[in-house]
Design a binder for this molecule. Structure first.
Ligand code: BGC
Length: 743
């Protein structure tokens, strides 16, 4: 080994060793004690029984795609189906588990999966909304509550967290992730994974997490769900891949493949993704499940001629479990006889599934998640609702507040208008688990609970169409009020899976309603509910106040009332840029430097001729009822050595008259690289509560990893030279300082 290589290795071990060591320690690792039990069981299994363990079927309680296989109860009995999803509640799970452990030859218990995305019965904000809290503890608690309730209702596996980075609000599933940024996405992926899996697998309130959708599902061309993904390896590794890795390093025990292709190969048959990256590079030891019938769909992708070949491609690529496609069940035996799938591969896949069933403790007690008393006490408990209210109000983003319209005063007469003003059905949003809309607090109820002087209400319009007399009645109420609160937006089912939109404005009838209310000259507060960034330039320009509230779930109305009346000072920050128009999409803060950066005085630079480059509201943006000032970042030294961490301090002051929280954001720009670098990249943030007039100095540490990227030769590391370090309260409004990294 040459001296230089030896020295770099030592430096790497010193600097990165403890860092990776800490992270690796949390990664899911099967315990040695489990191995003998797995082997003993495997030795007894027929090939058919092995295939059963690699098979996952939905029950008749729900589905998110075609049901290819009926009669799942008989399949459990025969050992042909070893895992189920969409069955929950103690009574139903008990009934099905009983078949597995009493009526099958080997008595192997079932896994019970479900999309517990933002709550089971107590529904929390949709993940995009919750990400706006930038509060990792609250996000982890939300996943913890979801797991506590879900495991009390029989479940042991959630198909979450969804960590797909997305820069295109046309894509409906943007509601399910953490938005446009890789760094924020990684931190949230870790928090959610920890929350779902709890202290350790095997605890009765811990469930298996499933990081999805591997990989790059959030970048379908034109934002259309299930469409192809095509991007460079560099882009993929830099922006899209890290959150999956972060979730896995935080312990996620399972991974779900995505529907899309990557570099021409569907993810479900992509050996590069499932074996080379996932298992070899990252050392992932859990199991891989497909998305819903995604093996079968490889025939439509046109990479195999029939389903049997699709199964062979999937298995050889690294897929362990077939969700709902029945491909393994129907064809794997023959594929094995034809020599297309080798027995060691099948055994490895079965081992991965059995290990986790053992780690969960299902063999000791297959009914460990089936306790009626726990189910009754846990679901919608006061404590869970309080946690939901807490993170819900933290997720609200104040986008505009001219002339201090907000907070409202109890003495004001309020006209509460809009199809979402007195609505419960939409508040739980999409992917709402076992949530019940009737358990939600509506905005009207939330406001009334604050006992304002007077509150009148009228829908004014339906979601998509005008309502007869609606507008006239709404205007009449507005005339008599001191302030108008208009609660408008999408229906919950306008975002989520298979809900791409080509236009991302407010539905026309609601836009017309809001504009008419604004024309009355009364102060208008627009409260938005939606699952994606929307573009509504006229309202953005003319409304007095705008409050982004996403879909907040069970406690929506209380959380919104807390913010509108100032009982909670808003602190949310956008996890995704809000475009001025769909024509700007994708618009995101960390774009690459170009050869012709925007210059207002030169025609020949990168820009539109009909609108600004900048979004309506940038990533990281959000107002408060107080004001903050954030200092220039102060590095510990302006010159530092490659490999050394760099400490940076930032002082934040509450310059207003109210206590409040600010999210101080730290960004980096590598000024010269062997490949083009983003103009800025988030590398740290801290959310702090400051009393009116209080200042605090925050410490950040930029590690070597924070300053690393995929260099010209695709090796990951730093390049000495100049960097700008920037700090501020959103991605567009930053103070910067220059530092130099030396060899
Ligand atoms: C979705 C997955 C989900 C699965 C099971 C699919 O359609 O893409 O995210 O986990 O259905 O419900």
């Amino acid at each position: 080994m040459s001296n230089t290589i030896f020295r770099s290795l030592i430096t790497w071990l010193l600097v990165a060793g403890p860092f990776w060591g800490r992270l690796c320690a949390q990664m899911y690792r099967p315990s040695a004690a489990v191995e003998d039990r797995v082997t003993a069981l495997l030795d007894k299994m027929s090939l058919e029984e092995k295939i059963g363990q690699l098979t996952l079927y939905t029950t008749d309680w729900g589905s998110t795609g075609p049901t290819i296989r009926e009669g799942y109860k008989n399949d459990i009995r025969s050992g042909a189906c070893g895992n189920l999803f969409n069955s929950h509640t103690v009574s139903f799970v008990r009934e099905l588990q009983r078949i597995a452990v009493e009526e099958t030859r080997l008595k192997i218990p079932l896994l019970f999966g479900f999309d517990v995305i933002h709550g089971y019965k107590t529904i929390f904000p949709i993940p995009l909304g919750e990400s706006a809290s930038w509060d990792l503890e609250a996000i982890e608690r939300s996943a913890r509550v979801a797991a506590t309730e879900a495991t009390a209702a029989g479940l042991n596996w959630t198909f979450a967290p969804m960590v797909d980075v997305c820069r295109d609000p046309r894509w409906g599933r943007v509601m399910e992730g953490a938005g446009e940024d890789t760094y924020l996405g990684c931190r949230i992926a870790e928090a959610r994974t920890r929350g779902f899996q709890g202290k350790k697998l095997g605890d009765t309130d811990a469930m298996l997490a499933c990081v999805k959708h591997f990989a790059a599902y959030g970048a379908p061309i034109a934002g259309r769900d299930y469409n192809s993904v095509d991007m460079s390896e560099r882009y993929f590794r830099e922006y899209y891949l890290p959150p999956y890795e972060a979730a896995i390093r935080a312990g996620a025990a399972t991974v779900m493949t995505s529907f899309n292709d990557y570099d021409g190969v569907p993810a479900t048959g992509n050996k590069y993704l499932l074996t080379d990256i996932l298992r070899k590079e990252w050392g992932f030891k859990g199991f891989v499940v497909t998305d819903y019938t995604s093996i079968n769909e490889m025939v439509n992708h046109g990479v195999v001629a029939d389903e049997k070949a699709a199964g062979e491609l999937a298995m050889n690529a690294g897929v362990d479990m077939d969700m709902q496609g029945a491909v393994y069940q129907r064809f794997m035996l023959q594929s094995y006889k034809d020599g297309k799938i080798a027995m060691p591969l099948i055994n490895d896949a079965v081992r991965r599934v059995l290990r986790l069933k053992i780690e969960l403790g299902l063999f000791e007690d297959p009914y460990k998640y089936c306790d009626e008393t726990r189910e009754k006490n846990s679901l919608l408990s006061a404590e869970h609702r309080a946690a939901a209210r807490d993170v819900s109000r933290k997720s609200i983003v104040l986008l505009k507040n001219e002339g201090g319209i907000l907070p409202l005063k109890k003495t004001q007469k309020i006209a509460l208008i809009g199809p979402l003003a007195d609505n419960k059905s939409e508040l739980i949003g999409n992917w709402n688990g076992a949530g019940n809309a009737n358990d939600c607090v509506s905005v009207l109820e939330g406001l009334r609970a604050k006992a304002p002087a007077e509150i009148t209400t009228e829908a004014g319009s339906d979601f998509m169409a005008e309502k007869s007399d609606g507008l006239a009645n709404a205007l009449a109420l507005a005339e008599k009020a001191d302030v108008v609160v208009a609660v408008v937006g999408e229906t919950a089912m306008m975002s989520g899976e298979a809900c791409a939109r080509g236009e991302i404005g407010l539905p026309a009838a609601q836009e017309a309603l809001v504009m008419a209310l604004i024309k009355t000259g009364k102060p208008v507060v627009v409260v938005l509910m939606n699952g994606r960034p929307l573009a509504f330039p006229a309202i953005a320009e003319s409304a007095g106040a705008i409050v982004e509230s996403w879909w907040l779930g069970t406690e929506a109305g209380n959380a919104i009332a807390d913010v509108l009346f100032g009982d909670y000072n808003p602190s949310g920050k956008l996890p995704m840029s809000f475009p001025r128009s769909v024509g700007q999409v994708p618009v995101f803060y960390n774009e690459k430097s170009t050869g012709r950066p925007f210059d207002p005085n030169s025609k020949w630079t990168s820009k539109y001729i009909d609108m600004p480059n900048s979004p309506q509201w940038p990533f990281g943006f959000g107002l408060s009822y107080t004001t903050f000032s954030i200092s220039e970042p102060k590095p510990e030294k302006t010159t530092f050595k490659k490999g050394e961490p760099l400490k940076v301090s930032v002082t934040v002051s509450n310059t207003g008259a109210r206590d409040g929280e600010e999210v101080v954001q730290l960004y980096v720009h590598d000024l010269v690289g062997s490949v083009t670098r983003p103009v800025k990249e988030l590398k740290g943030f801290q959310k702090v509560m400051l009393k009116a007039g209080e200042s605090r100095t925050l410490q950040f540490t930029l590690t070597e990893k924070d300053l690393s990227f995929y260099r010209r030769d695709m090796s990951f590391g730093t390049e000495p030279g100049d960097f700008e370090i920037m700090a501020g309260g959103n991605s567009a409004d930053l103070k910067k300082v220059r530092v130099t990294m030396t060899e």
